[in-house]
Design a protein around this ligand. Structure first.
Ligand SMILES: Nc1ncnc2c1ncn2[C@@H]1O[C@H](COP(=O)(O)OP(=O)(O)OP(=O)(O)O)[C@@H](O)[C@H]1O
Ligand SMILES: [Mg+2]
Length: 215
């Protein structure tokens, strides 16, 4: 469960101050699918970064599974990131020197799985996203939609409890978009993971249990 109360976030110094989140509250139950919706610049990525322990709020309370994030040490935060959070970033951030399969199994390496186990899992995920044949290629040899699918497989590889997805279907055609939503919904339904997804695509709103309109 995610609980945030009175979250504030401001960027910049005194002259160029931008207040992005003002007294923001949210509660996300285990297994809930939440869509964050709102105009460009309203703070969706900022919020995802705070939820995902990649950034910290200036003030407010944040409890992740009952634990106060503000009180965690940097090491506890890093462990939580690896163990329970999966990220699909607005860019893809695939590592250019690793193959598709290696990119996907990277979180499993951090989690301490053996090479054999990592390879097995990566192959299963590659099959699911329809890219088994491309497992030994580098990201530069993939199309935009293929890269996005690899980024999603990587986020799902260690079966995180929370999946944070920043426009995972942005700039994709309808076939790719539907394939990505199928993979995400499968994780959501079969493994019961929570999904917190940013999108501008109104057609995706019906997938969500809850739509949070950000101002
Ligand atoms: N590192 C930063 N330093 C200064 N300002 C920032 C920083 N990151 C974001 N901002 C500002 O905070 C505001 C919110 O940015 P954010 O990226 O959260 O928006 P967004 O809702 O994700 O927008 P988009 O839909 O375009 O991705 C913007 O005005 C942006 O300029
Ligand atoms: Mg954004």
């Amino acid at each position: 469960m995610i609980e945030m109360n009175g979250i504030c976030k401001t960027y910049g110094s005194r002259d160029t101050k931008t207040s992005v989140l003002k007294d923001f509250n949210i509660r996300i139950a285990d297994g809930e699918f939440v869509i964050l919706f709102g105009r460009s610049g309203c703070g969706k990525t900022t919020l995802l970064n705070i939820i995902g322990l990649l950034d910290q709020a200036d003030s407010g309370d944040y409890y992740l599974d009952g634990q106060s994030v503000v009180d965690m040490t940097e090491k506890e935060r890093a462990n939580t990131r690896n163990a329970t959070l999966g990220y699909i970033f607005q860019g893809f951030y695939l590592l250019p020197d690793l193959t598709v399969a290696e990119n996907i199994s990277l979180p499993l390496k951090y989690a301490g799985l053996s090479k054999k186990k990592r390879d097995e899992k990566a192959l299963l995920l590659l099959d699911e996203i329809g890219l088994l044949r491309k497992r030994d290629l580098k990201p530069v040899e993939l199309s935009g939609g293929e890269k996005q699918r690899v980024a999603i497989a990587r986020a799902l590889s260690n079966q995180p409890k929370y999946i944070l997805a920043d426009e995972p279907t942005g700039s994709l055609d309808i076939a790719n978009r539907d394939q990505i939503m199928r993979v995400l919904m499968k994780m959501h339904k079969e493994k019961g993971c929570s999904i917190i997804m940013v999108t501008h695509d109104r057609e995706l709103l019906p997938y969500a249990d809850t739509i949070v309109k950000m101002q």
